[in-house]
Design a protein around this ligand. Structure first.
Ligand SMILES: Cc1cc2nc3c(=O)[nH]c(=O)nc-3n(C[C@H](O)[C@H](O)[C@H](O)COP(=O)(O)O)c2cc1C
Length: 251
């Protein structure tokens, strides 16, 4: 099974293929491109976020547009068995969880990153950590967001219908401009250079890469990097074995 997350939906495998989408338009494009199903991602999801619509609402819209039989999976807001039941009752064939598994024993997130998430109660969307990849992402606050986003007006042009616009923190104009300007250069830079940039990243750096803190990377990223997490982080207060999580979520 291949899952594609970004860019123009395009089949890259003769096997099963799912595409993650943040809007009905994008889901229709994936269906037309031959995807075997789509993951509808709600705006409450952690990490890189496609759209601006809450997951259950987007699921309903996608079901109406893509037909009663087409496989739809729901991502965003799944942390407990009751979330899965709600998604299935609303017409999803399956539920997808990211943040819950970030807080599993097997996850390669840095131990200090996990600690921050266990303590976190609040998330927001930003484009701050967008060097090379200027796309909205949901994170919990840290020293870098405190440094760059205090005083930034909470107005962020997330894609979606006007009435679904979210009032969220963007990033200072100059940071966003640099993220866009340097996007191709940074994305295709040699891995050694990217590693040097990541190692040198500090909360006050104007160029902030999308690298998250991993257990084999620098601990400095806990304050200087993106602490990706979805809204469910407010309800998660344990790091547990992944198998146990799967058993609980599947009921
Ligand atoms: C640490 C982390 C990193 C992520 N990175 C990406 C990414 O690079 N691209 C993407 O399309 N989605 C990314 N996501 C979003 C997931 O694909 C998924 O939609 C999301 O985790 C589901 O919401 P949840 O976190 O509330 O479970 C990421 C999520 C997390 C938690």
């Amino acid at each position: 099974m291949v899952v594609t997350f970004w860019g123009r939906p395009r089949r890259r495998t003769p096997g099963a293929w799912l595409h993650q989408c943040g809007s009905v338009e994008e889901a229709l494009r994936a269906q037309a491109a031959g995807a075997d199903g789509v993951i509808v991602q709600g705006v409450e999801a952690g990490g890189h976020v496609r759209g601006a619509t809450p997951a259950l609402r987007l699921l309903g819209q996608a079901r109406a547009a893509l037909g009663p039989e087409y496989p739809l999976l729901l991502a965003g807001g799944i942390a407990e068995r009751s979330d899965v039941s709600t998604a299935l009752e609303a017409g999803a064939q399956a539920a997808v969880a990211g943040t819950r598994f970030l807080l599993s024993e097997e996850s390669r997130a840095h131990a200090l990153y996990k600690e921050r998430l266990l303590a976190a109660r609040e998330t927001f969307l930003t484009e701050l950590f967008g060097a090379g990849w200027p796309a909205p992402h949901r994170v919990v606050p840290n020293a870098a967001t405190d440094h760059w986003l205090s005083g930034v007006r909470p107005l962020f042009p997330v894609r979606g219908r006007k009435d679904e616009r979210q009032m969220v923190f963007g990033a200072p104009r100059a940071n966003r401009l640099l993220n866009h300007l340097f996007a191709p250069g940074i994305r295709y830079a040699p891995a050694s250079l990217q590693q040097r940039m990541i190692g040198a990243q500090r909360p006050g750096s104007r160029i902030l890469t999308p690298a998250g803190p991993t257990d084999d990377g620098p601990a400095t990223l806990v304050d200087a990097g993106a602490l990706y997490a979805g809204e469910t982080v407010a309800r998660i207060d344990t790091v547990r074995p992944a198998a146990e999580l799967v058993r609980d979520l599947a009921g």
